[in-house]
Design a binder for this molecule. Structure first.
Ligand code: ASP
Ligand code: MG
Length: 457
């Protein structure tokens, strides 16, 4: 393992000069930070996405480009202006304009990715200059020289073996003497065409580069001081965790918490690299370490809440003492491309929730008539909407005494519509009416995470 740290800064951390300066302080204060991965300044990728859809009028297009320019120029105004910097930035901005015009004439996925790449290319150009202005040995590095992907524009898959070897050849040697500033989110295919890893992909880029340089730690700087016991909008008693395991963090994200997406962490997990999550606004406030093995393994680590759940209950008297009913139901669901989330069964019925893929903008699952008709051929079907899934995340939940007692005594007057427990050591999930979801989380948090908590064994 090297003793290099990677710092990754998200869009809000790079939104303006003041925010960028705080990021520079963070880099300067940790001499192990040798590689910096940046997102686009907040708002820029969204503007580029609008441009890339090719549906704006000329006037709207000009306005969007002007907004991108304004965001960058407000930062540049406070940098040391060299002719070289001005010409580089002008060149990048001119390409945005040319590409968006080309896309308006004829949209193409490879042009879209190229256009989207300018957010990160601009922010990394400016951040390198800011560090140079502060006397740091910073250099700009085009990540497309090492981040090899396939050619699936918009959601390219990385070719990790090639990346590891390219990083070793082209990037690692620079780290000894420089602070290398590079882009998240973008890559390039074998033909040198620009690709992107999917929205929010910069964390993933940081984890891949962390693996490739064998980093000692990956620091993800965002706008919150770490991963919280629960969403602070649900209870003001929520607090940042000191540590959480990769498995627990993955469960938390799966069940709706807006934390690092689990797949972004896989490269770090593979190499056992700790990932720190903290706020670039308040770096001294600390944050959360995500680790393969945590020092503590509490039964309750966090609570996640996912709203707008749909519960489907299928009932068939034919199921009594029969075999194959589950298989039949799941075959139909699979044929309709439905991914099932939670399942409980009784002798003659199955209750299941569907995940949010296939939901409309309100999050309500769009069950098709064709699917329901097909299920109705073999069973009765009942559908309930407006439920919320509450997930208790922790360790050894399936083998601890008192979890059920604590849950039900805390929620003694709540209708727990469905409960799933036992399949995973890391979660216990249940459904409640959406209208009581906040109250349920607040109460559980109080009972399980605040000072008065009664332990479970
Ligand atoms: N700038 C990209 C986005 O907004 C990637 C990222 O921020 O992670 O999706
Ligand atoms: Mg972002």
């Amino acid at each position: 393992m090297s003793n290099y740290h990677i710092a990754k800064f998200g869009g809000t951390s790079l939104a303006n000069f003041e925010a960028m300066s705080r990021c520079a302080d963070i880099v300067i204060n940790d001499s192990s930070t040798r590689l910096v991965v940046v997102s686009a300044s907040s708002g820029v990728t969204n503007l580029l996405v609008e441009l890339s859809q090719g549906q704006l009028s000329n006037k709207q297009r000009e306005q969007s480009i002007a907004r991108i320019k304004d965001i960058q120029m407000a930062i540049i105004a406070q940098l040391h202006l060299s002719d070289e910097l001005i010409s580089r930035v002008n060149h990048l901005l001119a390409q945005i304009s040319d590409l968006s015009m080309a896309i308006a004439k004829q949209p193409a996925a490879n042009l879209t990715d190229k256009l989207l790449s300018f957010g990160e290319r601009l922010s990394s150009t400016l951040f390198s200059q800011l560090l140079i202005d502060r006397g740091q040995p910073a250099i700009f590095f085009d990540v497309r020289d090492v981040m090899r992907t396939d050619s699936q524009h918009g959601k390219a898959l990385v070719d990790i073996d090639t990346i590891l070897s390219l990083v070793q050849q082209r990037l690692t040697p620079l780290l000894d003497k420089h602070i290398v500033i590079t882009q998240g989110f973008i890559g390039s295919d074998v033909n040198g065409h620009t690709t992107t890893l999917g929205r929010g992909g910069s964390d993933y880029s940081a984890a891949i580069l962390g693996e490739a340089i064998n980093a000692e730690q990956i620091n993800i700087w965002t706008d919150v001081s770490g991963i919280f016991t629960t969403d602070p909008r649900l209870t003001d008693q929520a607090y940042a965790l000191k540590e959480i395991s990769f498995n627990e963090a993955a469960e938390l994200a799966t069940f709706g918490a807006k934390v690092l997406h689990p797949s972004t962490l896989i490269p770090a997990m593979r190499k056992n690299i700790p990932v720190f999550v903290g706020s670039s606004r308040a770096p001294k406030a600390g944050g959360t370490l995500v680790l393969n093995e945590t020092t503590s393994k509490p039964v309750y680590r966090a609570i996640a809440l996912r709203r707008s759940q749909t519960l489907v209950t299928v009932t068939s008297v034919n199921m009594l003492h029969a075999t194959g009913f589950l298989a039949q139901v799941f075959t139909i669901l699979a044929q309709h491309n439905i991914s099932v989330d939670l399942v409980t069964t009784s002798e003659i019925s199955i209750a299941l929730t569907l995940d949010n893929t296939g939901s409309d903008s309100s999050g309500r699952h769009q069950l098709t008539d064709a699917l329901i008709d097909e299920l109705k051929k073999i069973c009765q079907v009942t559908i309930e909407h407006d439920l919320a899934l509450v997930a208790l995340i922790g360790n050894g939940i399936e083998s601890s005494c008192g979890v059920g007692a604590q849950l039900f005594s805390t929620l003694f007057d709540i209708n727990v519509r469905m409960i799933c427990q036992g399949a995973s050591a890391h979660n216990l999930c249940f459904l409640v009416d959406e209208s009581v979801a906040k109250d349920v989380v607040t109460r559980l948090h109080h009972a399980m995470f605040e000072d008065n908590q009664q332990g479970v064994a």
